[in-house]
Design a protein. Structure first.
Length: 256
């Protein structure tokens, strides 16, 4: 399986295991001339190893090139090197930078999405596909070839809702507002201050200056304003314990 340079720690070379896939197909119409609606695809769950234990916040901070709060503006496209492993790109409005110098809008790349040639939705490490107009704490690495930010599978996008999302937006790099930040953001901010360097720190491409990062994918039509939601997975939205160094029943997240 072809791997992206510099992101194999997100999605490893290990064999992928198909965990589960079952969604009923809906057919519409009545009468001889009715045209059936397309069958919705099934959710196909895929596991991959994680590069770091998500509960070790300092290790997560050292692995990442960019950690930030952002709101998904729109789906851009689904594109990937491996036809068996789609990657989906979104335009994200940066709300607050914790690590990395970022422009106001970036392209975020996520492993998973609609598989080429079918309507099947690939879900990696139980990470739900990002949704437009939602706010997340992103943990990402720089994908130099495309100049995108690829989020970690399993723990790279923690949704912030309600009061937590509002508090994160108010912080917006203003230290005076940080006391009210949600705990996941506070935890990661502290972890960045004490981060553990990752093993490839000296050799991996560095995050460039903010002006060098694109906010769109060139050469594609104007995208829809929202993502196409995949079938709802039947399992938890947290990474499988087997993909980390612990088999604890409490599925780890980088902000727990």
């Amino acid at each position: 399986m072809t791997m992206h340079p510099n992101v194999k720690s997100v999605y490893t070379r290990g064999l992928l295991t198909i965990v589960a896939s079952t969604v009923a197909a809906a057919m519409a119409g009545c009468g001889a001339t009715a045209i059936p609606e397309p069958k919705p695809g099934k959710a196909v769950h895929v596991d991959s190893d994680l590069a770091v234990d998500p509960r070790d916040h300092e290790a997560v901070a050292g692995w990442a090139d960019a950690i930030f709060v952002g709101t998904v503006e729109k789906y851009l496209q689904t594109q990937g090197r491996d036809p068996e492993m789609p990657e989906t790109q979104f335009r994200v409005s940066v709300v607050d930078e914790l690590k990395g110098d970022l422009p106001t809008k970036v392209v975020v790349n996520q492993f998973g999405g609609t598989k080429t040639g079918s309507n099947d939705i690939i879900i990696v490490n139980n990470s739900p596909i990002l949704d437009a107009n939602k706010t997340y704490l992103f943990i990402a690495r720089y994908y130099a070839e495309k100049k995108w930010l690829t989020i970690a599978t399993g723990f790279g996008a923690l949704e912030l809702t309600g009061a937590d999302a509002d508090a994160a937006k108010r912080a917006d790099n203003n230290p005076a507002n940080r006391d009210a930040e949600p705990e996941p953001v506070k935890n990661m901010r502290d972890a960045i201050a004490h981060e553990k360097p990752f093993s490839d720190q000296a050799t991996r491409p560095k995050l460039p200056d903010a002006a060098s990062l694109p906010s769109d994918v060139p050469g594609i039509p104007t995208p829809p304003e929202t993502t196409s939601r995949p079938p709802t997975p039947t399992s938890s939205g947290q990474p499988h314990p087997s993909t980390t160094s612990s088999s604890s029943a409490n599925s780890p997240t980088p902000t727990s």
